[in-house]
Design a protein around this ligand. Structure first.
Ligand SMILES: NC(=O)c1ccc[n+]([C@@H]2O[C@H](COP(=O)([O-])OP(=O)(O)OC[C@H]3O[C@@H](n4cnc5c(N)ncnc54)[C@H](O)[C@@H]3O)[C@@H](O)[C@H]2O)c1
Length: 257
């Protein structure tokens, strides 16, 4: 019998200071992994190893920067991308408001970076003969269209690029999983439903949104960030050894009704 085992396992958490990323980093560390957070700027108070890394750089710079990180810290056993890159036009991405520039740039910032980075990690794991694990944070909206009812009587709008980006990441995961499968490198999508914003100094989600959302989901609530982190840890661990190329949905039942 095998225990959940992160002994001597190095895991990179891209976007590890965020709502989900931080919960993932904490739970990995609690389970014995050596965690490295890859973010644009270092936080003053932080317990984790840190590597400066901006995922929205040009793809060629990303490649060079990652190479430097691998040289200094080695190639990890696992990588999870929890970043949320976007520009100022992100909130103007509804059907009515979207402009070509916002459409173009946000696809570059999010879809291209997530997919290219996963490819680079998989190649490097293969080169170093590491049976590595890669997890991409996508969303139920990488699989489903958005239900506009949840934005009723709120200041929020649907976002027409989000499903496109997350769906693109999700498809590319399957392609990478197929390509790298024979090297026992796994890559999966973790697809959360809405997560409750529970950070200090952050605006809570609007009450009308929360109430609309609850009506749509069998569990009658949004997810806690730790509930997403638990599945991330599973996917990065030896307990998920025969899973690859999958969309792992964690949504309190949103997608089943
Ligand atoms: N929060 C939710 O409700 C939810 C639901 C489903 C899916 N997701 C997905 O999960 C992921 C994480 O979401 P979150 O809510 O934790 O986001 P968040 O905004 O709380 O955290 C994102 C992190 O990414 C980092 N980041 C942003 N741009 C970066 C860049 N250019 N280079 C390096 N780091 C950068 C930020 O510093 C931040 O720490 C996202 O991909 C999001 O689409 C979130």
């Amino acid at each position: 019998m095998e225990k959940l085992d992160f002994k001597n396992k190095k895991i990179f958490v891209i976007g590890g200071y965020g709502l989900i990323g931080n919960a993932v980093a904490n739970l990995l560390s609690y389970n014995g992994a050596e965690v490295f957070i890859l973010e644009q700027n270092k936080l003053k108070v932080n317990n984790f190893n840190f590597c400066k890394f901006k995922i929205t750089d040009q793809l060629s710079s990303i490649e060079k920067n990652l190479e430097k990180i691998f040289k200094t810290h080695g190639v990890p056993h696992g990588m999870i991308n929890c970043s949320y890159p976007k520009n100022k036009l992100w909130s103007k991405s509804s059907f009515k408001n979207i402009k070509p520039s916002g459409f173009n740039e946000n696809i570059d910032l999010h879809l291209k970076s997530y997919t290219w980075i996963a490819k680079l990690f998989a190649e490097k794991m293969k080169l170093k003969k590491i049976k590595g694990k890669i997890v991409q944070l996508t969303s139920i909206y990488g699989i489903l269209g958005q239900d506009l009812e949840v934005y009723k009587n709120t200041r929020m709008d649907e976002n027409i690029i989000y499903p496109l980006i997350k769906g693109g990441i999700s498809s590319f995961t399957k392609q990478l999983a197929s390509y790298f499968g024979k090297h026992q490198i796994s890559i999966n999508n973790l697809c959360p439903g809405g997560v409750l914003e529970n950070r200090k100094n952050k605006k809570k989600q609007e009450n009308n949104f929360l109430n609309n959302y609850k009506k749509k989901v069998p569990f009658k609530r949004l997810a806690k960030n730790e509930e997403i982190a638990k599945v991330a840890v599973f996917l990065l661990s030896n307990y998920s050894d025969y899973i690859t190329g999958q969309d792992i949905i964690v949504d309190g039942g949103w997608s089943i009704i």
